[in-house]
Write a protein that binds this ligand. Structure first.
Ligand SMILES: *[C@@H]1O[C@H](CO)[C@@H](O)[C@H](O)[C@H]1NC(C)=O
Ligand SMILES: *[C@@H]1O[C@H](CO)[C@@H](O)[C@H](O)[C@H]1NC(C)=O
Ligand SMILES: *[C@@H]1O[C@H](CO)[C@@H](O)[C@H](O)[C@H]1NC(C)=O
Ligand SMILES: *[C@@H]1O[C@H](CO)[C@@H](O)[C@H](O)[C@H]1NC(C)=O
Ligand SMILES: *[C@@H]1O[C@H](CO)[C@@H](O)[C@H](O)[C@H]1NC(C)=O
Ligand SMILES: *[C@@H]1O[C@H](CO)[C@@H](O)[C@H](O)[C@H]1NC(C)=O
Ligand SMILES: *[C@@H]1O[C@H](CO)[C@@H](O)[C@H](O)[C@H]1NC(C)=O
Ligand SMILES: *[C@@H]1O[C@H](CO)[C@@H](O)[C@H](O)[C@H]1NC(C)=O
Ligand SMILES: *[C@@H]1O[C@H](CO)[C@@H](O)[C@H](O)[C@H]1NC(C)=O
Ligand SMILES: *[C@@H]1O[C@H](CO)[C@@H](O)[C@H](O)[C@H]1NC(C)=O
Ligand SMILES: *[C@@H]1O[C@H](CO)[C@@H](O)[C@H](O)[C@H]1NC(C)=O
Ligand SMILES: *[C@@H]1O[C@H](CO)[C@@H](O)[C@H](O)[C@H]1NC(C)=O
Length: 818
């Protein structure tokens, strides 16, 4: 979602007929993949053709365990007036980032929706957890759940009913996209597991999860239309994500299917258009909402709009949108100045017959069923009044409805979460290089620290929503950030360790000075330090894509400058994700640690790793290429035509994103997807593969849809196991990864191999354990655009298990069908 931003619209009248949200299924375009200017090709627009609109919007059935809650929701809705129904589906300015008003006569105290994917953002005395990218880099299912649960407890403690997270859109089509770090990985399988674990954790705590942003939200640039002078007049429409049907299923829908399977209460539809037509916005696209989400995946919850992503009333409702957030909000800068497309228009539409009351009832029932399922009607904590004071998005002056706030103010919901955040921050760091026995540190007494990421943010602790020069980074910006109640810096943690060892820490935080200075003349004492630690950072935020893939603030020059003198240079990055690290082979750079966005225990998580109290076990959830220009699929950042709808982003790389692209074209990379070092060594042996079902057919048995789609897709049909041994001298965690290569009978464009299993295995020195991977039907299938089914191809599958996407230790083949 987007509490900052954005552009919106507010004009034309809504009570039109349902608009046919056209969809296209596409094929490729062949101009330069590195061009940031993607010209409109009207030939291709036509060739993409349209697919049928999908109406009406399906009713909830409660299938999959929500049946009892559904009955309560129906009984609730039966008591509502039309005005109350309109209130139930329309946000209002209020104490939370999103608010549904109370209906006191029915004991319904309203809904409070809060950002976001790594913290309850608008809050005091709350924790800032490790970001999505760190969580993905942990490759640790138990950690993902533990984090989701702890976050859920904090949201509930503050009286928030809905967490606006987790994120798997963007997935990470482009390394440059501004919000990739809010999600987990550019691999849909890894991202899907993380979605499932996070949602299960959130909802075990009693809060609703909201999977976002559905779907194709792969860039920030032009995600909304361009408005003239904060009026409703638009000069350019929002960008259109043009995605063919197979790619939609195998990449962008995939992790969201896990979210539905995990019974996510809510989905948030995205800003941009999907597949071309003028009005095919994410929140009024009948194919994506009625078709893919509610019919194919069997989603039983409600779809809320991203903040300001609603562009019509009836048309959006009939296309499957269930809740308008944040309610009335005008174009950028005119927040809450404009009536909602929903609200009073719902009442008018129902009364004059242009909007079926059964559809409105379904919207409310979908909203209330997860509420009852999670027992949110029973003793739910009140909204912490302090949140209302901190809410700059809808401050009290904007409220037009009654919100009575009660209960303890400024509740401390942090519990013992600092301890787990410290672990999670360390688990999300990836050791990329470690030579000459550089790490772990062995009680060094002369430590030199360089770089503007080492110290305190110099201006304020309330700087987490902007980029700043001096101070460590623990999170990116936008609605996905958090408010730090404290922040442990790298310098603080390193100084306290050095003190224990009777050592000294001398430091330089000014990147300009370091990059231009002679390091040897800065040092005190003027001798080779035992270790030089270079702390660098890379910012990313909502509403902007990254301009480059380097570290920020002349970081590359800082590294070169330090490494030209220090023979034991350790480089640490706090970063949103991909950095190209052109100096990685420098002989004086002995270690590189990609520490991502670790959350509030930043320095402690880092010191634990550098000193070997924690053995690094993170692995890259994306690929680090040799050069920024090696990446395909850049965001579309400019157009050179003037047509209203000309912002088009063609996903014509299809399935070839990240390692699928580099592997398909045999491109050498710096550090491949799945890569990560440890202070110990591991072996993998004894791959064994066995069928868990007999007579496996190509097509799944057609079973009634459950949340997640045809349940047959989720049946485990094969199992693979390997033995994993710690062959080194210290305890550590290995991450054996299973990749599947489909037979050659699979359609053209099938990736060489794809991640389909992983486990995190903790091992003492000399210990061996068996890691088992269950392969579900979906894991062994491709999406067939003709039959509109997941199909297992005939022929030999290759199963690989290794330590990364290019370190494949064991492999075997198997024929699945028959
Ligand atoms: C548009 O796409 C068609 C079909 O791929 C191609 O033949 C044509 O050259 C393209 N035109 C431009 C201007 O790129
Ligand atoms: C939804 O249920 C209502 C009430 O039972 C019914 O009138 C309506 O036709 C149903 N809509 C769909 C799309 O099935
Ligand atoms: C509302 O709660 C009160 C107090 O628990 C109870 O007496 C009343 O019956 C409830 N009303 C409804 C409509 O559930
Ligand atoms: C926007 O508003 C400013 C100030 O009112 C005005 O000078 C300018 O011409 C307007 N621009 C457009 C494109 O309407
Ligand atoms: C319906 O929506 C339009 C567009 O936002 C708005 O101008 C109008 O006031 C709304 N009507 C009601 C009754 O809320
Ligand atoms: C707010 O509540 C007060 C007291 O219950 C009531 O008098 C007033 O009409 C309410 N205002 C609105 C806008 O609902
Ligand atoms: C950083 O160092 C440069 C070069 O010595 C200097 O010009 C600049 O003023 C310094 N910045 C700060 C904030 O001290
Ligand atoms: C590595 O450090 C040594 C010692 O300061 C220096 O002489 C050498 O030039 C450095 N190597 C590189 C490649 O910069
Ligand atoms: C990266 O690619 C660009 C464009 O091909 C080239 O100019 C540059 O030298 C490359 N950089 C490296 C480090 O290879
Ligand atoms: C738009 O830019 C592309 C890429 O630079 C170029 O190939 C094309 O000719 C330009 N089109 C126009 C109409 O200027
Ligand atoms: C990549 O390398 C493999 C193995 O050497 C080879 O079979 C394949 O044809 C190569 N692909 C490309 C696109 O060069
Ligand atoms: C597998 O299919 C064959 C041929 O249809 C049949 O004879 C056999 O009984 C089936 N085996 C099982 C275990 O269902």
């Amino acid at each position: 979602m987007a509490a900052f931003l954005s552009s919106l619209l507010a004009s034309s009248v809504l009570l039109s007929n349902a608009v046919n949200a056209q969809n296209f299924d596409g094929n490729g375009r062949s101009d330069d993949a590195f061009s940031y200017v993607q010209p409109l090709n009207t030939t291709i627009l036509t060739e993409y053709g349209s697919s049928p609109a999908v109406y009406p919007s399906p009713n909830i059935t409660g299938v999959g365990g929500w049946e009892a809650a559904l009955q309560k929701a129906k009984a609730f809705v039966a008591q509502l007036t039309t005005e109350e129904k309109a209130d139930m589906v329309t946000g209002q300015a209020g104490p939370c980032v999103g608010n549904i008003v109370a209906i006191p006569r029915l004991n319904f105290s309203g809904l409070c929706l809060q950002d976001g994917p790594l913290a309850i953002r608008v809050a005091d005395f709350a924790s800032v957890f490790a970001a999505g990218v760190s969580t993905g880099a942990s490759w640790d299912k138990a950690l993902m759940y533990e984090r989701g649960l702890a976050m859920g407890q904090e949201f509930k403690g503050k009286g928030a009913h809905v967490v606006l997270g987790p994120v798997s859109g963007p997935l990470g089509r482009s390394a440059y996209a501004g919000r990739n770090w809010e999600g987990f990985s550019s691999d849909p399988y890894l991202s899907g597991i993380a979605m499932e674990q996070t949602i299960t954790g959130h909802q075990a705590a009693g809060v609703q999860a909201c999977a976002k942003h559905w779907v194709g939200n792969e860039q920030e640039t032009q995600r909304n239309p361009t408005y003239v002078n904060m009026t409703n007049e638009k000069t350019f429409n929002a960008v259109s994500a043009n995605i063919d049907d197979r790619t939609m299923h195998e990449l962008y829908m995939w992790p969201f299917a896990n979210a539905v399977k995990a019974k996510a209460a809510a989905f948030m539809c995205s800003y941009q258009r999907i597949n071309g037509s003028e009005i095919s916005y994410g929140c009024q696209n009948s194919k994506s909402q009625n078709g893919l989400l509610k019919t194919e995946l069997g989603f039983q919850g409600y779809v809320m709009s991203d903040w300001g992503a609603t562009h019509t009333g009836v048309a959006a409702i009939e296309a499957g949108l269930d809740m308008n957030m944040p309610g009335g909000m005008g174009p950028y800068g005119l927040q809450f100045g404009v009536p909602s497309y929903f609200g009073g228009n719902i009442t008018i539409g129902v009364n004059n017959g242009s909007l079926a009351v059964s559809r409105v009832d379904d919207m409310v029932i979908r909203i209330m069923t997860p509420y009852f399922w999670l027992n949110q009607d029973q003793n739910y904590p009140s909204i912490d009044p302090s949140g209302a004071d901190l809410n700059t998005f809808s401050p009290r002056s904007t409220w037009t409805r009654n919100f009575t706030l009660s209960g303890e103010r400024s509740r401390d919901v942090r519990s013992n979460h600092a301890e787990l955040i410290r672990r999670h921050g360390a688990a999300g760091a990836v050791l990329l290089k470690n030579v000459n026995g550089s790490l772990p540190l062995k009680a060094p007494t002369n430590i030199a620290v360089f770089g503007n990421d080492a110290g305190e943010p110099t201006q304020s602790s309330v700087l987490n929503q902007v980029d700043y020069e001096y101070g460590t980074l623990s999170s990116g910006g936008g609605s996905g950030t958090g408010q730090f109640s404290y922040l442990v810096t790298p310098l603080q943690a390193l100084q306290s360790r050095a003190q224990q060892d009777g050592g000294l820490v001398h430091y330089w935080l000014n990147n300009t000075l370091i990059a231009n200075g002679d390091i040897s003349t800065l040092l005190i004492p003027r001798s080779q330090p035992d270790v030089c630690i270079v702390m660098l950072k890379t910012w990313a935020e909502e509403a902007a894509d990254r301009a480059h893939l380097s570290v920020d603030w002349d970081g590359n020059d800082v590294v070169e400058s330090v490494a030209s003198y220090c023979t034991n240079t350790v480089v640490v990055t706090h970063s949103s994700g991909v950095n190209t690290l052109p100096w990685s082979d420098h002989p004086n750079i002995t270690a590189i640690l990609a520490a991502h966005y670790p959350g509030q225990e930043n320095g402690n998580s880092l010191a634990d790793l550098l000193y070997g109290d924690v053995n690094p076990s993170g692995h890259l959830p994306y690929t680090i290429a040799m050069n920024g220009t090696d990446y395909n699929a850049p965001p579309t950042t400019a157009i050179n035509t003037t047509g209203f709808n000309d912002w088009q982003s063609w996903f014509d790389e299809k399935l070839e994103i990240d390692y699928r692209y580099f592997d398909a074209h045999n491109i050498t990379v710096r550090y491949e997807f799945g890569f990560g070092l440890s202070y110990t060594t591991f072996n993998i042996a004894n791959l064994s593969i066995s069928a868990l079902a007999s007579n496996i057919t190509s097509y799944p048995e057609a079973q009634p849809v459950q949340p997640g789609g045809n349940p047959a897709l989720w049946d485990s049909i094969y199992a693979a196991s390997v033995s994993v041994t710690n062959s080194g001298k210290v305890t550590g965690a290995a991450v054996p990864q299973l990749y599947v290569g489909l037979p050659s009978s699979a359609p053209a464009g099938t990736p060489v191999r794809q991640l389909r299993g992983f486990e995190k295995v903790y091992l003492a020195p000399g210990e061996t354990q068996t890691a088992t991977f269950e392969l579900m039907r979906r894991d062994l299938s491709y999406w067939d655009i003709i039959s509109q089914q997941w199909v297992i191809p005939e022929g030999k599958f290759t199963i690989y298990v290794g330590f990364s996407s290019r370190d494949l230790v064991v492999q075997d083949t198997v024929t699945v069908v028959g």
